[in-house]
Design a protein around this ligand. Structure first.
Ligand code: BDR
Ligand code: CA
Length: 319
């Protein structure tokens, strides 16, 4: 069929920086099959489990789904290692709950994650967009190693922090708590930052009907997502976290127009503090007098998100 897009049409270039991770896996799957965008690299970092595992999960996932995108291994610990990092048990020991992916036996990118991020930015000539759904260590290391990098990035879409609340502590979200110094570097880098925090992602919950619709598509992508959702429902029924799409909403904030509403605020991460360590301070009242540096998610549309995710899965049947 003739392509009726204008000839200057170009696919968006997306890099996913993740700690795969159940909800990271859903975010990557959606991004691989979203419209008008190409995932050019995946970089892995510690977080939900050790980096050796998150990287292997990422590689097995993308190869299982038929993608040859390079996967680079990144940081195994935060910039300032306080020796307090432990895996997030809610994703299970493997990071993927009860879901087992075939071991693809493939190899990782020859570059480490920060270098792979820079390489992707150079190749994309100012068009690279990063979706970061994990501690921001790889991103911060890349910004420190390549000071021109923030100005080469079109958008940095982060799942992390919150205007209010936390899941690691009363005031801190998991990804930011795991590396607040890295979050501070990202927020103050000058790169266009979009932060989708816990207070917004927590409203993005899928249910059994959604899982049935996804499974019904019948592709490998559909079965992976549906199996992860089933793990999440069992976790919820056992008293754990519900099927909250933290990371997939951050992906949607970049890839699904109208899904997430942002407002510009000054944001910083607390790197010290007895009660507030890892908290993202969002200056909603403009009291600091500092210029806004981050677009912060303030609302999202669950129906729009669900439609987008299902459309991505349906597209996996056509590629
Ligand atoms: C974030 O923490 C991780 O457990 C999830 O993958 C998500 O990125 C939510 O706080
Ligand atoms: Ca994650």
């Amino acid at each position: 069929m003739a392509d009726c897009r204008p000839c200057e049409y170009v696919m968006r270039k997306i890099l996913m920086d993740c700690d795969v991770g159940t909800d990271d896996a859903i975010a990557i799957t959606a991004a691989l099959f979203t419209e008008d965008a190409e995932v050019v690299a995946v970089t892995a970092v510690f977080g939900n489990t050790f980096v050796e595992r998150t990287a292997r999960n990422a590689l097995n996932l993308v190869r299982h789904l038929g993608s040859s995108v390079p996967v680079a291994v990144g940081a195994s610990a935060p910039l300032k290692d306080r020796g307090n990092i432990k895996p997030d048990v809610s994703h299970g020991e493997s990071g993927l709950g009860t879901v087992t992916l075939p071991d693809c036996g493939g190899s990782f990118h020859s570059l480490n994650a920060p270098a792979a991020i820079y390489e992707a930015a150079v190749k994309a000539s100012g068009e690279l967009e990063i979706i970061a759904t994990a501690p921001l260590t790889n991103i911060a290391m890349a910004f420190l190693l390549y000071p021109e990098l923030p100005s080469m990035i079109r958008g940095l879409y982060i799942m992390g922090g919150a205007i209010d609340g936390g899941n690691m502590t009363r005031t801190a979200e998991f990804n930011t708590w795991n590396d607040p110094e890295a979050a501070r570097i990202a927020f103050s880098s000058g790169a266009p930052c979009f932060m989708t925090g816990l207070d917004v992602t927590r409203n993005t919950i899928l249910n059994e009907d959604d899982a049935r619709a996804v499974r019904g598509v019948g592709t490998k992508a559909a079965l992976v997502v549906a199996d992860i959702l089933d793990f999440m429902f069992a976790r919820r029924d056992a008293g754990g976290e519900d099927a909250i799409m933290h990371d997939a909403l951050a992906a949607a904030s970049a890839l699904c127009p109208g899904c997430v509403e942002f407002r510009e605020y000054y944001v910083d991460a607390e790197c010290e503090g007895r009660y507030t360590f890892g908290h993202t301070f969002v200056d909603t009242r403009g009291r600091t007098g500092n210029k806004p540096n981050v677009n912060v998610a303030v609302a999202s549309s669950l129906p729009t998100f669900k439609r987008w995710l299902l459309e991505c899965i349906e597209r996996s049947a056509r590629v």
